[in-house]
Design a protein around this ligand. Structure first.
Ligand code: E4P
Length: 217
């Protein structure tokens, strides 16, 4: 499973990238706003750092305007994936931009039917939002499983990009289901390393090593 980092924080991306944990990056207007930086400038910097797909989202709502914005975003670097919302206009923009040879990430997906439409419109990635469904007491992981099954039934090449990841558990569950990609905030990726028994075991090893005077270098 590929790991994308869901942030526009260049330092956080760099730290994870140095460890080989970054196969791509996703941003959205809220994350760009949080960075406090110009969208074109920060996206270019991310594209230079990470060779994998970097999603940059349009802000227009109407298809022609989304296409114009998408073309401009795509010019930033060859590894840009233009992100469009899962609306009827977004699907129109997806079709045009993907036929022009751009990677397109269709975002804000909350149903299997929406995911079917995105695949037919030529999306490179579909982004179902797990956490926002869980927030409403719905089953975000079940949506990932449903889309995986539907895409496999018909051989759609659109990659399932599980988004709105809130916990380390979401990551392993998505891997079991067979999501192609998970995009998660840096803190969630780091939290995957934590286990209470690791901490407990390490504390015991450290104490025993001190007692026995074990020295290696
Ligand atoms: C995905 O591309 C989105 O940027 C992101 O995963 C949304 O996550 P949130 O629901 O935590 O805002």
């Amino acid at each position: 499973m590929k790991f994308f980092v869901d942030t526009a924080d260049v330092d956080a991306i760099r730290e994870l990238h140095e460890l080989g944990m970054v196969d791509g990056v996703t941003t959205n207007p809220s994350l760009i706003a949080k960075s406090g930086r110009d969208i074109l400038e920060v996206t270019k910097e991310i594209c230079e750092l990470v060779p994998g797909p970097v999603s940059a989202e349009v802000v227009a709502l109407e298809a022609d305007a989304m296409i114009e914005e998408g073309r401009k975003l795509a010019k930033i670097a060859p590894n840009i994936a233009v992100k469009v919302p899962l609306t009827w206009d977004g699907l129109k923009a997806c079709k045009v931009l993907s036929e022009e040879g751009n990677m397109v990430n269709v975002t804000l997906c909350f149903s299997a039917n929406q995911a079917l439409l995105a695949a037919k419109a030529g999306a490179t990635f579909i982004s179902p939002f797990i956490g926002r469904l869980d927030d409403l007491n719905l089953d975000g992981l079940q949506l990932i499983a449903d889309i995986r099954a539907i895409y496999d039934n018909f051989g759609y090449e659109t990659q399932v990009l599980a988004a709105s990841i809130r916990t380390a558990n979401h990551m392993s569950e998505c891997a079991k289901i067979g999501a192609d990609v998970c995009t998660a905030p840096p803190a969630v990726i780091k939290a995957m390393a934590n286990h209470v028994l690791t901490d407990k075991g390490l504390a015991a090893f450290v104490a025993d090593a001190e007692k026995a005077g074990i020295k290696i270098v």
